[in-house]
Design a protein around this ligand. Structure first.
Ligand code: PRP
Ligand code: URA
Length: 209
């Protein structure tokens, strides 16, 4: 069964408060999402495998460690997932980036796929799917369905704020996928928004409404 990790690091929690704040404007919102994505990437990569290599320092040769194992594929769910990409790439610059375009139909709340582009070696990669919000879970579940359909087998999901309903939906649909979140909120409202949440992540990131 996939595990759910809630990152309680003080820096993440502090920045998340300002991300939630209605008075935080687009520029600051974007910067904060970028920073929190970086901090979360630091935590999510904690169990990455290492291998020993030899390095020559100015003093002598030494044994030291470098990352080994699978190559990373970073997959933002458009649009709002884009806000998390640069922060993660700063720590994992060798990652390749795939994109999945999904929007939630405002009437049915069902995800509609409009774009899919991945690195060609999809079976070889460990994927981190990112989206600031896990609300009903429809978008994340569908994004991961789309990845699995094309051969991905190793997938993590990372978001800023999740609703219990979304976590449940993910656990049911994708029990093999670990979920990394900065905060688990109370519930969804009648419009499928996370309460208290942060509002519409895409609109706040890109200044649309
Ligand atoms: C938001 C958010 C997630 C989705 C979460 O995107 O970024 O992708 O809603 O909701 P769910 O868990 O109920 O599917 P939205 O559909 O508003 O599209 P946008 O990023 O293009 O604004
Ligand atoms: N999408 C958002 O952007 N915010 C929510 O609260 C739910 C879905």
């Amino acid at each position: 069964m996939g595990k759910v990790y809630v990152f309680d690091h003080p820096l993440i929690q502090h920045k998340l408060t300002y991300i939630r704040d209605i008075n935080t404007g687009t520029k600051e919102f974007r910067e904060l999402v970028d920073e929190v994505a970086s901090l979360m990437a630091f935590e999510i990569t904690r169990d990455m495998p290492l291998e020993e290599v030899e390095v020559e320092t100015p003093v002598r040769k030494a044994k030291s460690k470098v990352l080994s194992g699978k190559k990373i594929g970073l997959v933002p769910i458009l649009r709002a997932g884009l806000g998390m990409v640069d922060g993660i790439l700063r720590l994992i610059p060798a990652a390749k980036v795939g994109h999945i375009g999904l929007y939630r139909d405002p009437e049915t709340l069902q995800p509609v796929e409009y774009y899919f582009k991945m690195p060609s070696d999809i079976k070889e990669r460990e994927f981190i799917v990112v989206d600031p919000m896990l609300a009903t879970g429809g978008s994340a579940v569908e994004a991961i369905n789309a990845l699995k359909k094309r051969g991905a087998t190793n997938i993590k999901f990372m978001c800023l704020i999740a609703a219990p309903e979304g976590v449940e939906a993910m656990k049911n649909a994708h029990p093999d996928v670990d979920i990394y979140i900065a905060a688990l909120d109370e519930q969804l409202n009648d419009h499928g928004y996370i309460v208290p949440g942060l509002g519409d992540a895409g609109d706040r990131l890109f200044g649309t409404k």
